[in-house]
Each structure stands twice: as C-alpha cells, then as structure tokens.
Design a protein around this ligand. Structure first.
Ligand code: AMP
Ligand code: ZN
Length: 112
C-alpha cells in the first residue's frame, strides 16, 4: 500500500531493526516506547482494521497470535508477561492504518 509507513518498513524502504521475521510478519521496536520493552508485530499484508478480516487474513492473524507467546518467551525477552494492544480506528487511538499488535513489557505494567 502506497504511503503506508508500515508497508515501507516491511518492504525495507524505511530501515528498522527486525527482532523477528517470517513469511507472515515482522517484529520491530516502537520508536516511542510506552514501556521498557515495546514491540510492534506487523503483519506483512496491508489492512487497517479487524473488520476488514476475511478467511485469509483470519488465518494470517491466527498464525501471528500462535507465534507471539513463543517469541515473548524467547527473543523478545518478555517471559515475565506482557500486555497486548490492538488499537482500532480514531477512538481507539490508531495512528497507523496498518493493523499491528503492540507488545509491552519488560517491567510490571500498571494503570489499566
Ligand atoms: P497505533 O497508534 O496503535 O496506530 O500505533 C502506531 C505506533 O507506531 C505508535 O506507537 C508509534 O510510536 C509507532 N511508530 C510510528 N512510526 C514508527 C516507526 N518508523 N518505527 C517504529 N514505530 C513507529
Ligand atoms: Zn501498510
């Protein structure tokens, strides 16, 4: 998708270190971390909202969700636990219209 910052990161047009990558997604660090560790799991397919999900995207997200605990306990250093956030639309505070999963941790999170 043209002019999508996450599509550009996925394509390598904007450099960003990848903590994990497979055929379905990349995991990068958020540039404005809201916790000691703040990652973004970004599916390689562009779509903004869960309401756009079809069977193919549902399968993609299923694989992504299955992978996250394994990554959390391994390379991401989130074995103590983590918070998962998926912002949806304006009221949800979504600033990048390419669906992504925030993973926050590395400390005990409060305030929810
Ligand atoms: P959201 O507000 O849920 O759409 O989340 C978008 C997130 O992307 C925000 O937390 C931003 O800090 C983060 N972000 C924006 N641009 C970049 C970038 N180039 N590299 C890493 N994270 C980014
Ligand atoms: Zn995109």
């Amino acid at each position: 998708m043209e002019n999508c910052i996450f599509c550009k990161i996925v394509a390598g047009e904007i450099p960003s270190p990848r903590f994990y990558e497979d055929g379905d997604m990349i995991v990068i660090k958020d540039i404005e971390p809201k916790a000691k560790l703040h990652y973004l799991c970004i599916p390689k397919t562009h779509f903004a909202l869960l309401s756009e999900m079809d069977e193919e995207k549902a399968e993609l997200l299923k694989r992504v969700m299955k992978k996250i605990p394994e990554l959390a306990n391994g390379v991401l250093g989130l074995s103590g636990g983590y918070r998962m956030i998926v912002n949806q639309g304006a009221d949800g505070g979504q600033s990048v219209p390419h669906l992504h999963i925030h993973l926050l941790g590395g400390e005990t999170l409060t305030g929810f």
